[in-house]
Design a protein around this ligand. Structure first.
Ligand code: CP3
Length: 354
């Protein structure tokens, strides 16, 4: 009996000393306050990032420079009081090492060289992890420098979102190009399966290198017609989430743009955390997304608008989720024009909320 009590006490102390606020929240344990981090916190809104970027014109090469990538990851941590760092990398590194060239034209977003199924299928596991080794090295370096109480988040793109970029399945107006999808009709399932295999490998290596949470970005899930949502969104995410569960890696999903289908997603995929976008009403989310830790939601545009409106909206999320395990974040990535002073304001508001 006495020994049991002692073990419990040790466990409790362990949680207090070593457990990050974010991990605790993902386990759906409500503690005081909300953990906070921002999607795209490591990036263009920071002058210190833009300085490095100016000297490193090739974005993919920058992601694969472990010293610089670790340094960029820690930039927002050094500036702000955040609960998590997210490794500076990109979801498009996976298609890149699988044989497609990736370029970023200003204002146009990423563009990939023509997809070739034979090349895509020719890569073996060893080559894949060797090419991505700089990412794992960056994670190791970052973990060594990061306070134990702060989480280190790694991420992957969901198979559908990667496919959209790989076969250029959306047009400039962000609408699906059905002609292209039809052209790949007989190959899509094979491509998705193969991607799932590589994404599991990438997840496991990022975990082994020292990251403690995985986020799966399905940024283009909102483009999928309802009748295909199970096949192209729920199922691939479920396979990745089940892999994370087998490996005991806490996982957050972000199926952006699927509106009220968020409910079916959570009930089917059952991730530890669900990141909501700015189209989701927080009260609806609280009522309909059960047995999951909710993250995010605030429209990133509010951080470049009037301070009054921003504060009102922040407090709406804080009030709705007051008694819930909730991770404060945005409904999509920070806009590059966001003033760092605004982030400080948001963080202060969240951390002093009573
Ligand atoms: O701080 C962080 O969140 C970590 C770094 C991170 C980046 N990309 C760095 C980056 C993360 C998590 C991503 C994920 C990512 N990349 C997604 C999923 C999230 C989302 O935004 O929906 C997607 C779709 C991509 C693909 C991608 N990479 C896009 C659409 C862009 C922007 C293109 C543009 O010019 O606007 C990138 C480039 C990119 N990835 C930048 C950063 C900091 C900007 C690069 C620059 O300096 O020009």
């Amino acid at each position: 009996m006495y020994q049991h009590g002692l073990l419990q006490l040790i466990n409790y102390i362990n949680i207090i000393i070593y457990m990050s606020k974010l991990l605790n929240c993902l386990k759906q344990k409500k503690s005081s306050g909300f953990p906070i981090w921002f999607m795209r916190q490591a990036g263009r809104h920071l002058p210190e990032f833009r300085n490095i970027r100016k000297k490193n014109k090739d974005f993919i090469k920058l992601c694969l420079n472990s010293n610089l990538s670790s340094k960029i990851t820690l930039q927002p941590i050094n500036r702000y009081n955040l609960d998590a760092a997210i490794i500076f990398s990109d979801i498009l590194l996976v298609p890149y090492v699988l044989g497609q060239n990736v370029t970023f034209k200003k204002g146009k977003g990423p563009s990939l060289s023509k997809f070739n199924l034979k090349d895509f299928l020719s890569k073996n596991n060893k080559e894949f992890t060797t090419d991505l080794k700089p990412v794992y090295d960056a994670i190791k370096k970052t973990r060594q420098k990061l306070n134990k109480k702060k989480s280190l988040i790694s991420f992957v793109g969901a198979p559908w979102t990667l496919l959209v970029y790989m076969i250029a399945a959306k047009n400039k107006k962000n609408k699906l190009n059905y002609k292209i999808l039809k052209k790949f009709k007989n190959e899509i399932d094979l491509i998705l399966e193969r991607l799932i295999k590589f994404l599991c490998i990438h997840i496991e290596h990022q975990k082994r290198a020292g990251s403690d949470v995985i986020q799966i970005f399905d940024s283009w899930a909102g483009l999928i017609p309802s009748k295909y949502l199970e096949r192209f969104c729920y199922e691939p995410n479920l396979k990745l989430v089940n892999f994370c569960k087998r490996k005991k890696i806490p996982v957050i999903c972000f199926p952006k743009g699927i509106k009220n289908k968020y409910k079916g997603f959570v009930n089917t995929v059952k991730p530890d955390g669900i990141s909501i976008d700015y189209d989701i009403n927080p009260s609806w989310a609280k009522k309909n997304l059960n047995n999951v830790c909710i993250q995010g939601g605030l429209n990133p545009k509010l951080l470049v608008g009037t301070e009054k409106k921003m504060m009102k909206e922040i407090n709406k999320y804080l009030r709705v989720f007051k008694y819930k395990p909730y991770i404060f974040n945005l409904g999509h990535g920070l806009l590059p024009e966001t003033d760092p002073k605004r982030l400080e304001r948001v963080i202060h508001e969240v951390n002093t909320f009573k």
